[in-house]
Design a protein around this ligand. Structure first.
Ligand code: CTP
Length: 404
């Protein structure tokens, strides 16, 4: 998306709520980077937050007064909490602790941060950070779902080593990722306010705990599409199998392994205005994947029995009320590309199909370039061979046009 130094957030007012967690130290870097991008940052420090970073460093880096207490009468005289909550273009919560999210989900308002968050009518971006068990706890899962359906946007948490010595999801997104998400939310692009689902990457279907069936998809095309859509201001939910290419910044990432998990993830993130199915989903899975490793037995080859995976694109295309207005599929073909892809569009019930020739000689699968034909109700349109990034940008523009 944007390069460091570009002032993508020029003139934007960010209210930054710093919760109490070890990740609060990253909020200092976030303030610096937001300001580099041209944003002004009004900091709000919770009581617990000020155990981790000092009000002095926050105010020095932001160049602004730090708001801390609901009952600080001076603040109320200068600016009431209602006004403060509405004075920004975006509210960023970093770190968003389990406690703060629980308060938000319940509508509690017992300190300045939670009161602002209850009173605001501004877009809110939360960057959660907590212990992996706290993130996985059913209470936090419920709260995150509730907040998402209230329209709160999330960035992270990431997987990794945590300050508490454990490993797993719970580590706060890096400042660069939070900035990318903020830029996407504040973008005035043609897809601002539109929610778009993108599937990407291969799926892996287990044979036993150590073996699986997969395919050569790198996830490059789906990743480029998600990035291009976010660049036009869309809220992108990116459901990805185990891809080689890292997911783009500024999108919500949902990781899955199997086709069944991908379908479940897709259903849980709908509704969306548009859905792009770029994943190379395995058509079959092993009927009864073994829980223990299949052992080699001399002279006896394992006989794998398969069963069909759900067709995610066809399922979503056939939805009633929840069907996105625009459903786009891909057709990976090796023979009679246009004929097969045209038939596939009708069979799956999607609006558009991007057909590509994945014969090994084309070098497309796993490569940098793509040569696609866009098939719509109006017929087939050949696009010249170009980079996957350019295909993605052109497609994103077309999607913006279709949703306008
Ligand atoms: N797709 C899907 N779920 C599946 C299989 C495919 O959502 N179980 C989607 C892909 O993401 C892609 C489109 O369907 O957008 C077509 O995928 P492709 O592999 O070309 O088609 P298949 O359905 O596998 O058909 P065939 O094997 O006959 O080519």
């Amino acid at each position: 998306m944007s390069n460091a130094g570009e002032r993508m957030l020029s003139g934007k007012r960010v209210l930054l709520v710093i919760g109490g967690g070890i990740a609060a130290y990253k909020a200092l870097e976030l303030i610096r980077r937001l300001r580099e991008r041209g944003a002004s940052v009004t900091p709000v420090l919770t009581r617990a937050g000020s155990e981790f970073v000092t009000p002095l460093s926050v105010s020095a880096l932001s160049g602004q007064k730090v708001f801390r207490d609901l009952f600080d009468l001076t603040d109320e005289a200068e600016m009431g909490h209602i006004e403060l909550s509405r004075s920004a273009d975006l509210i960023v919560i970093a770190p968003a602790t389990a406690d703060l999210m629980a308060k938000m989900a319940a509508g509690l308002a017992d300190d300045l941060a939670s009161t602002l968050l209850l009173a605001t009518d501004t877009a809110v971006l939360a960057a959660p950070a907590m212990n992996v068990r706290m993130w996985g706890h059913p209470a936090t899962r419920r709260n995150v779902e509730a907040l998402k359906s209230d329209g709160i946007r999330f960035v992270g948490p990431n997987q990794g080593d945590m300050a508490c010595g454990e490993f797993g999801p719970g580590r706060m997104a890096e400042p660069a990722e939070i900035i990318a998400a903020a830029e996407a939310m504040l973008s005035q692009g043609p897809l601002a306010g539109r929610r778009v689902l993108v599937t990407s990457g291969p799926t892996q279907e287990p044979i036993d705990p150590v073996r699986y069936i997969a395919n050569r998809s790198s996830g490059a095309q789906g990743t480029a599409i998600a990035r291009a859509l976010a660049g036009l201001g869309a809220e992108v939910v990116f459901v990805t199998g185990p891809a080689d290419v890292a997911p783009p910044e500024g999108v919500e990432v949902v990781r899955v392994n199997t086709a069944c998990e991908m379908l479940e993830a897709v259903q849980s993130v709908l509704p969306a205005d548009a859905a792009i199915f770029a994943a190379a989903v395995a058509d079959w899975r092993v009927k009864s994947a073994s829980d223990s490793k299949l052992k080699k037995k001399p002279g006896a080859l394992p006989a794998l029995e398969f069963e069909e995976n759900p067709d995610i694109l066809a399922t979503v295309s056939g939805m009633g009320q929840e069907r996105p207005v625009l459903v786009v599929g891909f057709a990976a073909e090796t023979d009679d590309v246009i004929g097969n892809a045209t038939a596939k569009r009708a069979r799956k019930g999607c609006d558009w199909i991007l057909a590509n020739d994945v014969s090994p000689a084309t070098g497309i699968m796993g490569g940098q370039e793509n040569a696609v034909t866009l098939i719509t109700a109006d017929g087939a349109e050949d696009w010249p061979r170009m980079s996957k990034r350019e295909v993605a940008e052109r497609l994103a523009q077309r999607i913006a046009g279709a949703l306008a």
